[in-house]
Write a protein that binds this ligand. Structure first.
Ligand SMILES: NC(=O)c1ccc[n+]([C@@H]2O[C@H](COP(=O)([O-])OP(=O)(O)OC[C@H]3O[C@@H](n4cnc5c(N)ncnc54)[C@H](O)[C@@H]3O)[C@@H](O)[C@H]2O)c1
Length: 225
């Protein structure tokens, strides 16, 4: 199957490229940066997804993983939202073998936290994902989004390499860890190749950060039971 992955040179994108290659698929990566993976079944295109006209022709797309993104870049709306829309409209239009589309949104889309334009761009991605899911459903194509909490990629070096920041992060992370890019690839494969019945959903995968931090306030002397 032909798999298209944007942001294929970054931490999560490259992990997904390697995973699909290991499963025997043909993988087409798009990124501003040069290829992170060299493999006979991998083809890399250097392109800016904000420029729809620069997107390469890729035949018979089976899976599209909209993963490219930036945080606090000055153009998060362009890279994260407009770019994902450009890519999706191009590769879903004439794709008889299309099976699934997956977006890499963010926990920020759900919580509203982090950088303003980043949060707005990722919330926009979730809305656009739902619109796309509606349009693709009659073709039997699933379309979903991942909303990840922290992932151990270089885009988070400012906090993962700073012990004081990392201590603060772990204090509000109930499972006391962040995901690896390989763990994200597990979800990507399941949602794009195995899943057949869930569509239009945004999955929050955040080590319990949003829902497991107790905010129930009650006087200490009153018993809970
Ligand atoms: N790392 C995290 O903690 C985390 C958490 C939630 C969501 N995400 C999302 O996951 C995705 C991947 O994150 P990552 O940590 O692997 O980031 P990364 O910076 O390692 O990789 C992102 C890649 O996207 C590419 N890219 C950016 N703008 C582009 C454009 N206009 N055209 C083409 N390519 C472009 C970059 O060159 C880079 O290779 C992003 O969308 C990010 O917002 C990451």
């Amino acid at each position: 199957m032909n798999i298209v992955i944007t942001g294929a040179s970054g931490g999560i994108g490259a992990a997904a490229v390697r995973r699909f290659l290991a499963l025997g698929h043909d993988v087409f990566g798009i990124d501003l940066a040069p290829a992170a993976v060299v493999h006979p079944r991998y083809r890399h295109f250097i392109a800016d997804i904000r420029d729809a006209a620069s997107l390469p022709e890729i035949p018979d797309v089976g899976v599209l993983f909209n993963n490219a993104g930036t945080q606090n870049s000055g153009d998060d709306i362009g890279n994260n939202l407009t770019g994902a829309i450009n890519v999706t409209e191009k590769y879903i239009a004439d794709a008889p073998s299309l099976r699934s589309v997956l977006f890499n949104a963010s926990a920020s889309a759900v919580s509203g936290q982090e950088f303003p334009l980043y949060a707005a761009s990722k919330a926009g991605v979730v809305g656009y994902m739902k619109n796309t899911a509606i349009r693709l459903a009659p073709r039997g194509v699933t379309c979903n989004a991942l909303s990840l909490g922290g992932v151990l990629t270089s885009s988070n070096d400012p906090v993962t390499s700073d012990p004081a920041s990392w201590e603060k992060i772990m204090a509000v992370t109930p499972l006391k860890k962040w995901m690896t890019a390989d763990e994200v690839a597990d979800w990507v494969v399941f949602l794009t190749l195995e899943n057949r019945s869930m569509s239009g959903q945004n999955l929050l995968i955040d080590n319990g950060e949003r829902d497991l931090n107790p905010t129930f306030v009650w006087p200490e002397e009153s018993p809970l039971f």
